[in-house]
Write a protein that binds this ligand. Sequence first.
Ligand code: HEC
Length: 105
Amino acid sequence: MAATEQTVDSPDAVNITAGEKLARNTAKGNCTACHRIGTEPATRTATVGPTLADIKSKFPDHQVLVNAIADQGQRQPDTIMPPYRRNRILTESEIELIAQFLETL
Ligand code: HEC
């Protein structure tokens, strides 16, 4: 099918899709090991962290959300959430893509 205005994803949509893949990728964010995402049903392993939903109202400031993903330990010193920035599990741009995805939840 020929690409048209309607079928080409906007840059935002491309970022959001990439961010979701990183969040769910077990070799990358693996966020779903501890978090439920949106309205998906509870699983045995994904209730360690709070459900990732309603993110825009919890994190109206984009940078605060980025930092919460990059280093949750700055908000909650004894957290078990990995320090993704310090451990270099995720690059700065990968953290940014995940933040953009979470903001859609
Ligand atoms: C090993 C478990 C674990 C993993 C993996 C994990 N988290 Fe967390 N996360 C937590 C816990 C636990 C908290 C709650 C803070 C606390 O009390 O430690 C949290 C808190 C958060 C918060 C703040 C939520 C709120 O409502 O305040 C966000 C946002 C978040 N995590 C995003 C992510 C993202 C995005 C990923 C993947 C890149 C991720 N987490 C991976 C355990 C995890």
